[in-house]
Design a protein around this ligand. Structure first.
Ligand SMILES: [Mg+2]
Length: 232
């Protein structure tokens, strides 16, 4: 086993249970904005509609085709439209309110604290590389207590490049004073977190929680964070 020093984690759906906190936030805004009065059957239904649009919009955001402010509102404007609701104001308010709640409703992936404690005790430096919004990621880190474990957070908005762009990985390694050889990347998204790490020769652990089939040859693949112990 190599002498790794720097472990880089993705945040959303790797440590932070984004899907879970997103559902919790939908329950909140559904009640807060009385969305049943608009004919939307349930928070769960609304979330389902939102989820598909959100993924599509995030892909466009990663590619630099749309900006953050557009994404925040559009991901509500489109699902509202599906229910025949054309209300720019409501889309805007939902967008703001959702972003706020989703960051504060703490939901961590199982074994997050256990594995971070283990790695920290072993002397590794732990860092984040995330494409999430700066203000949101900071709140999440503090609200969940993750900030106590993380040395350096590399946030795409600050660096100017988003994953899977190789440059954000190089910037991250440079920022922490590490090297490709002594760094490890851990994330839940094969094409955004793992393949770029593989391409630049960085040791990678694919957190494939949902056991999504693929044909890539990878350094490691796990379905529970605790399995990281087997490799580093
Ligand atoms: Mg992720």
């Amino acid at each position: 086993m190599k002498n790794y020093e720097h472990i880089f984690f993705d945040l959303d759906n790797t440590l932070w249970d984004f899907d879970k906190s997103s559902i919790l936030a939908f329950d909140k805004i559904f009640d807060l904005f009385h969305l049943t009065d608009y004919g939307i059957p349930s928070a769960k239904e609304f979330h389902k509609t939102y989820f598909t649009y959100n993924n599509q919009l995030w892909e466009q955001y990663r590619q630099g085709k749309i900006d953050k402010d557009f994404l925040k509102i559009e991901r509500f404007r489109l699902p509202l439209k599906d229910y025949g609701i054309y209300d720019e104001n409501l889309a805007h308010e939902l967008g703001e309110s959702y972003t706020d709640y989703a960051a504060r409703l703490v939901a961590l992936v199982p074994n997050t604290m256990e594995i971070l404690t283990y790695l920290k005790n072993k002397g590794y430096k732990l860092h984040l590389i995330t494409n999430g919004f700066l203000e949101v990621q900071t709140i999440k880190m503090q609200a969940s207590g993750l900030d106590k474990f993380i040395d350096v957070s590399i946030i795409s908005e600050e660096v100017g490049f988003k994953k899977p762009d190789h440059r954000i990985f190089y910037k991250a390694i440079e920022k922490v004073g590490g090297s490709i050889d002594n760094s490890v990347m851990i994330g839940d998204d094969l094409s955004v977190d793992i393949l770029p790490a593989k391409e630049i020769g960085m040791f990678h652990i694919y957190f494939n929680r949902k056991q999504i089939p693929h044909n890539e040859t990878l350094d490691c693949e796990i379905k529970d964070l605790i399995e990281i112990k087997n490799y580093i």
